[in-house]
Design a protein around this ligand. Structure first.
Ligand SMILES: Cc1cc2nc3c(=O)[nH]c(=O)nc-3n(C[C@H](O)[C@H](O)[C@H](O)COP(=O)(O)OP(=O)(O)OC[C@H]3O[C@@H](n4cnc5c(N)ncnc54)[C@H](O)[C@@H]3O)c2cc1C
Ligand SMILES: NC(=O)c1ccc[n+]([C@@H]2O[C@H](COP(=O)([O-])OP(=O)(O)OC[C@H]3O[C@@H](n4cnc5c(N)ncnc54)[C@H](O)[C@@H]3O)[C@@H](O)[C@H]2O)c1
Length: 454
């Protein structure tokens, strides 16, 4: 049995916790897989590196409408894949060696609680005064009859395949379906998406979700309000029965990708044996300062929250690191504004309330909308579908939510996130700030100017 001041379970976001300020603590990190966790190894980073390559192919094809006649001769998947993972894979060994060189004990088998503040790692029992539980989440597999008998992928494995599949069937209509649909379609695959809901990206503002679903229908074969009721081997690929409003349809695909959400790894760490309380979705329950119900045990990231976003996990690490150093003066996140982006085509970014949220919660609101095509740079781009939509409190004239659908949405939304976080009014950010002409940021300025004045 070894005892530590601090044990961190999971070296995804958890690996950022032991910094200079906590160097005096005798620390262990338990990570059975790769340092960097989901985001670095099989999430944000590699997906966006594939998206960069997808955009290069997609932009080359789209340039024709501007009079630039380029063709995409070949997409060399192996070259793209090996370049991406050739950059990512060495980082694990470096991070692990760095931790060990700096006096941190690293355990490379999974941990599971056997009692509050006691974990079993391999055959070794570890105890600590302080635990930070950051063991993340993993893909959830739906109960599709026949699934265990056919080859299938999740986001964990699909980026390591050897060839671009001529056709791909994606089950699910969320972030991962939208991003991988874009990547594989840009690389020449025929993409079919089977989504249980009536639109793709159902959690987005309904106008964004509807516009994206319409755009996706031009690129992919879509089955909405549909389920896979059976799947079986078919040559080197699979055949699936898709049941939807139009009845049952058989679909063949060379590759099957399941993207129906993720579940927290609380079962893997036996959170219950550790005395941790779980919510109805299996997440560890914490207070606003990220304390669990067990004194000295903290939890952060995907295992503890519903955001499932890396910038939220990063912010939580900073808060927990602060709280470990300031007993009695703990704090929560300084901003409760949680933005996100979907790196698909067209790009999507969002912060705050959607219009359907505002209606459902009876929140008094005004809506302002500006199209890309009505701004100078959007006009130059000849964009036909993009828009920025704002929800505004008519009394406080503060932003309640912002949703952008179109090129560079993830960057364009940043001043609006700033405004919400810093409690600026729409009038301040519309009129007290200069926007560079004719940059695309004028979309944000002009959307703000569309907000009705009292
Ligand atoms: C395909 C994909 C794309 C994404 N893209 C984005 C994006 O663009 N932007 C964004 O903000 N977010 C994105 N995300 C979400 C983001 O990756 C996660 O929110 C983030 O990585 C969560 O960090 P975490 O530290 O909580 O978990 P993780 O990074 O998953 O780290 C948890 C670690 O715990 C380890 N672990 C598991 N079991 C045990 C155990 N028993 N004992 C000890 N350790 C254990 C795991 O091996 C893992 O390394 C994406 C996710 C996916 C799947
Ligand atoms: N850009 C980003 O920030 C980014 C990118 C990728 C993933 N992520 C994170 O990863 C998480 C997981 O992504 P995801 O796309 O797997 O989940 P998701 O929760 O975004 O979407 C899951 C979708 O699958 C559908 N679905 C569920 N069961 C189904 C079934 N049996 N048949 C057909 N459809 C079904 C749901 O209607 C939903 O639309 C996200 O919540 C997100 O936080 C973030």
């Amino acid at each position: 049995m070894s005892h530590y001041d601090l044990i961190v379970l999971g070296a995804g976001s958890g690996n950022m916790l032991p910094g200079d300020d906590l160097r005096h603590l005798r620390t262990a990190i338990v990570e059975p897989d790769r340092f960097g966790g989901t985001c670095l190894n099989r999430g944000c980073i590699p997906t966006k590196m594939f998206v960069v390559a997808a955009e290069a192919a997609s932009n080359a094809r789209a340039a024709t409408r501007l009079g630039v006649h380029a063709t995409v001769d070949t997409v060399n998947w192996k070259e793209i894949r090996d370049r991406i993972f050739g950059r990512i894979d060495p980082l694990h060994e470096k991070a692990l060696a760095y931790r060990r060189e700096n006096g941190i004990d690293v355990y490379t088998e999974p941990a599971r609680f056997i009692a509050p503040k006691t974990v079993l790692v391999g055959s070794e029992q570890l105890t600590a005064d302080t635990f930070v539980v950051a063991a993340g989440s993993r893909p959830k597999l739906p109960p599709i009859p026949g699934l265990s008998d056919v080859p299938h992928h999740t986001s964990d494995t699909v980026m390591r395949i050897d060839e671009i599949p001529p056709s791909i069937l994606i089950v699910g209509g969320g972030f991962i379906a939208a991003e991988f649909g874009h990547v594989f379609a840009s690389f020449g695959s025929q993409v079919t998406i089977v989504q249980s809901g009536p639109r793709l990206l159902m959690a987005e503002d309904e106008q964004v979700s509807a516009a994206f679903t319409e755009a996706a229908a031009h690129r992919h074969r879509l089955f909405l309000e549909a389920q896979l009721t059976a799947v079986r081997p078919d040559g080197a690929g699979i055949a699936a029965t898709v049941a939807g409003p139009a009845g049952e349809v058989d679909v063949h695909a060379d590759l099957l990708l399941i993207a129906t959400g993720r579940r927290p790894n609380t079962d893997l760490i036996d959170a219950a044996a550790g005395g941790l309380t779980l919510d109805e979705h299996g997440h560890v329950v914490t207070d606003k300062e990220y304390r669990t119900g067990v004194p000295g045990v903290w939890a952060l990231g995907d295992i503890a929250n519903h955001f499932q976003l890396k910038h939220m996990a990063n912010a939580e690490v900073r808060v927990v690191a602060y709280n470990l150093q300031h007993p009695g003066a703990e704090r929560g996140l300084t901003s409760t504004v949680a933005p996100h982006a979907v790196f698909t085509e067209p790009q999507i970014a969002s912060v705050g309330l959607t219009e359907q949220d505002a209606r459902a919660r009876n929140v008094d609101h005004m809506v302002a909308l500006r199209r890309y095509s009505d701004t100078a740079y959007g006009w130059a781009l000849e964009d036909t579908t993009g828009f920025a939509k704002l929800l505004v409190d008519p009394t406080a004239r503060a932003l309640l939510g912002a949703h952008i659908f179109g090129p560079h949405a993830a960057i364009l939304i940043q001043p609006l996130i700033q405004a919400m976080s810093l409690d600026q009014t729409v009038d301040q950010i519309a009129r007290d700030v200069l926007y560079i002409h004719p940059a695309l940021t004028e979309l944000v300025e002009q959307a703000l100017l569309e907000v009705p004045r009292p």
